[in-house]
Design a protein around this ligand. Structure first.
Ligand code: NAG
Ligand code: NAG
Ligand code: NAG
Ligand code: NAG
Length: 458
């Protein structure tokens, strides 16, 4: 091993993603240790278990206990010559554990702490391109951090910034025109209208706001934004996006009283909302791919201006909480009246089951067929062969130019039922390109490739 060229050894070391692994390698082999100061990135993550172990060893005075996280990090920083990427994070308690009965007034894991950040950031800021800090919520939730003002003062070449699980002040944030990517996740933000954010990061191309709290009438007004993922977990009176260059938008909200979106170049739009009232969109002239998730699919579709560009339409229904009012009667005809240019249509499992549940209200004898749709994909929840077969008949009769039909069975569906069903469909519509697969929550779809069953196999 000692004869390996140093450049190669350095390559090996650089490919280790996790600084803890780098530490182990340094102990194991002196050459690794010699080359280590040339590494350009730190990626340090503190497992929750380590926090729990340290605390349980000394429960009497937990506030005075210190985890060595900050010490290890400062030691790493002080040894590296040129840093381009710093990612540091503490694993948080699971979201479903109430934090109310966990109190921690320590700051040993408070990573967006201004004093701590000041200890290392100025030294590495000149070369830093990517910075990510994921704080420890039970220590960070009760005090406001000035980390953004420090980052904006020091990191002039920073391109990507990610902050999670912290309470952030927007005071004294200098504009950072070089920053192109910003992610804020589980953040309490002192910027009700997002005016400071728009001013501070005027050239963002990618913005992710996931579960950001503290907003009141937020407006994203960013002229260079291309991609935005915004998950709003509070009920907001209104939300506005004015983004003339936005291409991709994923917007997930619970309840909104009003919303206004002006994004003329938008091409990909994923929109999830439960309660649909005063929504207004300025025209979308470039929308190609639309995915709607709502328990009011048709009322939501009706809010859109007439769009004659959508090619791909995906319909999803949320899992409704017990007792929630369900209002999802939708028919293919209604849906495709709103989006007449769709060529590829996909129903996810919930949407398919809603479709199935309200099949009696179908305009089944309505022969005003849809000739544009060429592809259909449906995620089946159960297979009740006669009923499901009937539904497929409805789809094929209404969309009479369908060429490709993909149906995916839930992975736990009875194999005999699904084979029989496949046989029926392929025998009945031999000219359709059928594609069969299986799906399960949280996994990739998998396709059945071993062909179609013969009659004697059923
Ligand atoms: C427990 O806490 C006491 C007082 O703060 C401290 O002196 C001692 O070192 C701690 N023990 C461990 C195992 O951390
Ligand atoms: C933006 O980046 C360039 C090149 O890295 C640098 O020279 C410039 O000072 C930065 N601008 C600001 C305002 O930080
Ligand atoms: C639409 O979906 C098809 C697959 O069904 C895909 O090949 C195509 O790229 C999609 N088009 C857009 C604009 O997303
Ligand atoms: C949905 O369909 C059911 C059954 O056809 C009907 O009773 C109900 O009134 C419909 N709801 C709406 C909101 O159209």
């Amino acid at each position: 091993m000692d004869r390996l060229p140093l450049a190669l050894v350095f390559q090996i070391l650089s490919r280790l993603d996790d600084s803890a692994d780098v530490g182990r390698c340094r102990v194991a082999w002196k050459t690794f240790d010699t080359l280590f100061p040339d590494l350009r990135s730190i990626n340090l993550h503190w497992p929750l278990q380590r926090y729990i172990d340290l605390r349980s060893r000394n429960s009497s005075s937990s506030s005075q206990l210190s985890s060595p996280l900050k010490t290890i990090f400062l030691n790493l920083i002080s040894n590296l010559k040129v840093l381009e990427s710093v990612h540091i994070g503490a694993e948080n308690l699971p979201l479903d554990v109430s934090n109310a009965d966990v109190e921690d007034y320590g700051d040993d894991m408070y990573l967006t702490d201004g004093a701590f950040v000041n200890e290392w950031l100025p030294r590495v800021s000149g070369t830093l391109k990517s910075l990510s800090i994921s704080d420890f919520w039970i220590q960070s939730c009760w005090r406001r951090s000035e980390v953004l003002s420090l980052v904006s003062a020091y990191c002039h070449n920073l391109l990507e910034l990610e902050l999670k699980h912290a309470w952030l002040s927007m005071a004294n944030v200098n504009p950072m025109p070089n920053l192109t990517t910003l992610t804020l996740e589980f953040i309490r933000l002192d910027d009700k209208y997002l005016t400071e954010l728009n001013k501070g990061f005027p050239n963002l191309q990618v913005l992710n706001l996931i579960g950001v709290k503290g907003l009141k009438l937020p407006m994203i007004h960013l002229l260079n934004l291309k991609t935005c993922h915004w998950t709003v977990t509070d009920t907001l009176p209104s939300l506005t996006l004015i983004t003339p260059n936005l291409i991709t938008l994923k917007l997930e909200c619970v309840r909104l009283a009003a919303m206004y979106i002006e994004a003329p170049l938008l091409s990909y739009f994923h929109f999830a909302i439960d309660n649909v009232r005063a929504i207004s969109f300025k025209t979308f002239d470039n929308l190609k791919s639309l995915s709607l998730k709502s328990s009011h699919i048709c009322s939501l579709a009706a809010k859109f201006p007439r769009i004659e560009t959508v090619e791909n339409l995906t319909i999803e229904s949320p899992d409704l909480a017990m007792g929630a009012v369900e209002n999802s009667n939708f028919t293919l005809k209604k849906l495709l009246t709103y989006f007449p240019t769709v060529t590829s249509l996909c129903f996810n499992s919930r949407a398919w089951s809603k479709f199935e549940a309200s099949y009696e209200s179908f305009e089944q004898f309505d022969l005003d067929g849809r000739k544009g749709v060429q592809k259909f994909r449906g995620y089946l929840l159960t297979v009740d062969p006669p009923l499901t077969f009937f539904l497929v008949t409805c789809v094929l009769e209404q969309c009479f130019n369908l060429v490709d039909v993909s149906l995916l069975f839930r992975r736990d569906v009875d194999v005999h039922a699904s084979r029989r069903f496949i046989y029926w469909c392929t025998a009945h519509w031999p000219s359709v390109n059928w594609r069969w697969g299986t799906w399960a929550e949280g996994t990739e779809d998998s396709w059945i490739t071993n062909g179609i069953p013969n009659a004697h196999e059923i």
